[in-house]
Design a protein around this ligand. Structure first.
Ligand code: ZN
Length: 461
């Protein structure tokens, strides 16, 4: 049977590394990967001179819908994703209302289904074991656990999502292990953090560096130790969210747990923002700005496998929301938009010698697909969805917020010149973005979920 589309003559980054190869697609699925000139199709896309990557999977985004649509929604967030080479996003449950029940899960699923430019998956949240089970049955990719507490009054959802104590955390770990789902943990030690914040706030209310450091205080390590112990005792698949929001020694602790046989992984965003940049960015760079040595450490941890995958924690806040921190840096919400700039930053890292293409694909596609059980995603291989990103390595682009698609309308990487340019994004074989613009009228993103499993009692869940 002949293919619909052939991506011909490019350098495809396969699981084994970059290879000159043609990629054939039929009905949105890769049917063959072969030597150039050996495959045929009705339609040929000439990709000579380009690198062909599997679409990135961002397992940690906040698209804010429902409840905070002025910050972002599924249409704008997935437009940003498509233009940034991200073909699957996994949205976090801290919307308003938070996704802590099956009915809210269904409601969010419906909102996204009508708007998404790329495929999407949803994390379940909360502590209600019955509702978590129901959300697993609906196709949640995992459970998100928050050990932190909000310290700002404008977080109406925080209490319902936060773990009240370790006993509850362990119950959720037990359930997730039973359900065969991963638990993504925002690791924190609330009381220690509150003490550190109080101490640093007394030092300065204008130094954004101190806010970054408060998130990376030693107290996080106590929380991490408790999480790793629970994961070990119970056998839960645990994923540490934004592992760079901790002292650098956290990476070694996670690696040790993994080496000891634990089913543990961790993520960070591209560690591309340095502390010095906070002089001009102020709170807009909080909390992922690092001293140069720490940034180098995270880059090498991404390269050597100590950090398993890249996820952006895309946190679109309006300029006004962030600029609340102009008078007092401690008042601004944490995080910045990142889903559209992440893969370009990673490509730049490859072209500047920090990473290999093979490692990039592991970090941005293969490992995220494994974490979330997305068996039809994450590689250029036969039988996998034809989610493909074309990269021109011979040129460069300058990051400019007015070309980006998040409602946030700003980026901490404004003006950054990045080697390589994403020229096109394909979702299941169809063009969804080209040269930084989404293809008009395309909302072909679908809900994706891990394959359904059958319980010991024989019930399909
Ligand atoms: Zn987050």
């Amino acid at each position: 049977m002949s293919a619909d589309v052939l991506f011909a003559g490019g350098t495809a980054v396969l699981p084994v590394g970059p290879v000159l190869a043609d990629v054939a697609v039929r009905d949105g699925v890769i049917t063959a990967v072969g030597e150039p000139g050996t495959l045929a199709a009705d339609h040929v896309v000439d990709v000579r001179g380009l690198v062909v990557l599997p679409g990135a999977i961002d397992v940690h985004v906040h698209f804010r819908q429902p409840g905070f649509e002025y910050k972002e929604d599924f249409a704008s967030g997935t437009a940003a994703a498509a233009c940034g080479g991200v073909t699957t996003v996994c949205d976090m449950p801290n919307t308003h209302p938070p996704v802590t029940t099956a009915s809210r899960f269904r409601a969010k699923q419906a909102l996204a289904a009508n708007a998404a430019h790329v495929d999407f998956a949803l994390w379940a949240g909360g502590t209600d074991l019955f509702e978590l089970t129901e959300m697993a049955a609906l196709g949640a990719v995992g459970v998100k656990v928050y050990m932190n507490r909000s310290h700002r009054p404008d977080d109406p959802y925080a209490a319902e999502l936060s773990m009240p104590d370790d006993e509850t955390l362990r119950k959720v770990f037990w359930l997730a292990a039973d359900l065969g789902l991963p638990v993504a943990v925002h690791v924190a030690d609330h009381e220690h953090e509150a003490r550190v914040r109080a101490r640093l706030q007394a030092v300065s209310t204008t130094d954004a560096r101190l806010v970054c450091r408060s998130y990376r205080s030693d107290g996080v390590l106590d929380g991490l130790e408790r999480v790793l112990a629970a994961a070990r005792d119970i056998g839960t698949r645990v994923h540490v969210a934004h592992a760079s929001l901790a002292p650098t020694s956290a990476i070694g602790m996670i690696a040790a747990a993994r080496d000891a046989g634990g089913n543990v992984s961790c993520e960070c965003g591209p560690p591309a923002l340095l502390e010095d940049e906070l002089d001009t960015l102020g709170v807009r760079g909080v909390p992922f700005a690092f001293p140069p040595d720490d940034a180098d450490f995270y880059w090498s941890s991404l390269a050597d496998g100590s950090i398993d995958l890249v996820a952006t924690d895309h946190a679109p806040h309006s300029k006004a929301d962030k600029d609340v921190g102009r008078n007092n840096v401690w008042d601004a919400p944490p995080g910045y938009p990142g889903v559209e700039t992440s893969l370009p930053l990673m490509v730049d890292a490859v072209l500047s010698g920090r990473l290999t293409w093979r490692r990039l694909v592991e970090l941005t596609s293969a490992a995220p697909a494994r974490l979330c059980g997305l068996t039809t995603k994450g590689a250029i291989a036969r039988g996998v969805d034809a989610d493909l990103v074309l990269v021109d390595p011979s040129t460069s682009r300058v990051v400019a917020a007015d070309r980006l698609h998040s409602k946030a309308g700003w980026t901490p990487f404004e003006g950054r010149q990045l080697s390589g340019a994403l020229t096109a994004t394909y979702l299941r074989g169809r063009l969804v973005a080209q040269d930084g613009q989404v293809v008009d009228g395309q909302h072909m993103g679908r809900f994706v979920s891990p394959p359904r499993w059958v319980s010991e009692r024989g019930q399909s869940c």
